[in-house]
Design a protein. Structure first.
Ligand code: PEP
Ligand code: MG
Length: 301
């Protein structure tokens, strides 16, 4: 099956119901971008720009950012790249933009909150993104958005830089509040992308990566939030968390209305195959089950 998937990796993925699903890649380096293109990724659904900012003593300048984002776009063969603005703070502090110590970094000044508190750093990144967007298809995506006022502030800073019309703007939906209020973002976004890693952590109160509190994105509480986002967003919905690469979950996610799955580069061919065998059924059966293992039993049974 793996060989079959590799053979068709560069073809589009369409469900049995005839719905085209973009299978994109999550990229955290130039090497990832090359691997994504080689594996048939339709676009880069999430570029984690942190790789350019962490482990150094000063921020990358605008020119350096333009160069690296441009190289990623080139490695992707000119396919659209989704540049997520810096998602640091909390447990990923920057030496050159230290914040106050926090007891609960995952509930603290991270993601877009950090960017709005560091306007020089954020402005330089927006400058770079706008410059790259003038010559290749680019989307910009803001992480950890909780309410529309944050997004309005970010969009104002972006608007000051006169971005081209081709620059699409989106948010990550990874805070339960954003999922529940998704229609309030509608005037300001072209797309939303659900970050199931953080959305699961915040919904289940289970720290990601803590083996003592395993958290499964197929928990019906998380699925209900994904369902609500698909119903109410009013713009195309992507998923860029680990759940998107879970082949068992793919038919459920496409049935809920997700139209793009962004996954690790190596997972692209198999996720495309999982899309191709996804049927026409509804996903409602899963929303009323008690927990993730009940959903998994039904999916495998
Ligand atoms: C997520 O939270 O699901 C996500 C894709 O972002 P990150 O893993 O970088 O926090
Ligand atoms: Mg996240």
């Amino acid at each position: 099956r793996r060989r079959e998937a590799a053979g068709r990796a560069h073809e589009p993925a369409v469900t049995r119901a005839g719905v085209p699903i973009l299978v994109a890649a999550n990229v955290g380096s130039l090497t990832d971008a090359r691997e994504a293109a080689a594996n048939g990724a339709d676009q880069a659904g999430l570029v984690r720009t942190e790789f350019l900012f962490l482990d150094r003593d000063e921020a990358p300048g605008v020119d350096e950012q333009v160069s690296v984002y441009g190289q990623i776009a080139e490695a992707m063969g000119g396919r659209r790249i989704t540049l997520r603005t810096l998602d640091v703070g909390g447990d990923k502090p920057l030496r050159y933009a230290p914040g106050r110590p926090e007891q609960n970094p995952f509930l603290g000044v991270r993601g877009l909150r950090h960017s709005l508190e560091n306007p020089a750093l954020f402005g330089a990144q927006l400058d770079a993104i706008v410059r790259v967007a003038r010559r290749t298809p680019v989307s910009v995506m803001f992480p950890m958005v909780t309410s529309a006022d944050e997004l309005i502030a970010a969009r104002r800073m972006l608007g000051d830089r006169k971005p081209p019309d081709s620059l699409e703007v989106g948010i990550m939906v990874e805070v339960p509040a954003a999922a529940l209020k998704v229609e309030t973002f509608r005037p300001y976004v072209d797309f939303v992308s659900i970050g199931t890693n953080d959305l699961t952590q915040y919904t289940l109160a289970a720290e990601r990566g803590n083996p003592a509190v395993p958290a499964d994105g197929l928990d019906p509480a998380v699925l209900r939030l994904i369902d609500a986002v698909c119903r109410n967003a009013g713009v195309p919905v992507a998923i860029c968390g680990e759940l998107a690469a879970d082949e068992a979950a793919v038919p459920l996610l496409t049935a809920l209305g997700v139209r793009e799955l962004s996954v690790a580069p190596a997972a692209v061919p198999l996720v495309k195959e999982a899309v191709r065998v996804s049927g026409t059924g509804s996903a409602d059966w899963a929303l009323g089950l008690p927990d993730a293992s009940a959903v998994r039993r039904r999916l495998s049974g």
